[in-house]
Design a protein around this ligand. Structure first.
Ligand code: BTN
Length: 271
């Protein structure tokens, strides 16, 4: 049964200084990202969070839909106003890491990040992030980090979210969404501070959580396989992909369309 989000329960568990302190709960909206996009940056507080129980036009990466059961999951957007543009990819990955670390607490299976900003368990997608930025000259004036996490949904139809899974499907249990959201925002605030301080712990922790870290992988851009195999070394402090080619030369990739192909998929793709 679909649940109404309990704002008081959420606020009692939130221990942040600023993330989520300006909080809005909507029963229904087109998309929390689209909703926040309409606000001029001046009207948005750094750390504002908007959550909706029902997104009628939820959006994913690459113009795909993000449509999930109302009242069962977490669909929210965090507005940030960072004072540098450099490392925004790492900022999105830091939020993905925060989600992964919190989900790991509730689930015995390993929660991993899939480049560029998905959260995976058992080779299935449990969460995803859509980051949208607007700039004033070289400076980001607002960065909207839209996060979808599948919590209590019992099943997904093939047309909703590809290869999707929920925390409930993995564990057989039902979860308190308010508690999970508070824990995610608590983690995001900590990791944001590390990102501001350019603390190397951020890219090191992200790297260790990425699917394929340390493996020989293949890469593709716009679905075209790049020649050769690469040893995947994770991400650097800018959030760029780091790989060694077969001659053991270090290469970096920052292209949004780059994909990492691991395991048996990497073998079938080259045949
Ligand atoms: C993806 O993996 O494709 C990204 C999914 C992002 C979904 C979230 S749900 C909250 C926010 N509002 C949206 O319309 N999309 C993001």
């Amino acid at each position: 049964m679909s649940q109404i989000f309990d704002k008081d329960l959420f606020q009692n568990q939130l221990s942040t200084r600023w993330v989520g302190r300006d909080f809005e709960y909507l029963t229904k909206v087109d998309s929390t990202n689209s909703y926040l996009k309409k606000f001029p940056a001046k009207q948005l507080k750094h750390g504002r969070v908007v959550i909706a129980d029902n997104q009628e036009k939820g959006r994913g990466q690459h113009q795909k839909d993000w449509l999930t059961e109302p009242g069962e999951n977490l669909t929210f957007t965090l507005a940030l106003k960072p004072n540098r543009a450099e490392g925004l990819t790492l900022l999105t990955l830091s939020c993905a890491l925060a989600v992964a670390k919190v989900l790991q607490h509730y689930c015995k299976k390993t929660v991993l990040l899939k480049w560029p900003n998905d959260i995976y368990v058992d080779q299935k997608k449990i969460g995803g992030i859509l980051t949208e930025c607007s700039f004033l000259g070289p400076k980001p004036e607002k960065v909207l980090i839209g996060i979808g996490v599948n919590i209590n949904q019992e099943e997904f139809n093939a047309s909703s979210v590809q290869e999707a899974v929920s925390l409930h499907q993995i564990t057989g249990e039902k979860f308190i969404r308010e508690e999970i959201l508070a824990n995610i925002l608590n983690r995001i605030e900590q990791l944001y501070q590390c990102w501001v301080n350019r603390d190397s712990v951020v890219h090191k922790e992200i790297s260790k959580s990425l699917i394929g870290f340390g493996d020989w992988i293949r890469l593709s851009v716009y679905d075209e396989i790049i020649e050769g195999r690469f040893k995947f070394l994770g991400v650097n402090e800018k959030g760029e992909l780091l790989v060694l080619n077969e001659k053991l030369e270090l290469n970096t990739y920052s292209h949004e369309q780059i994909r990492i192909i691991t395991g048996s998929e990497s073998i079938s793709k080259v045949r």
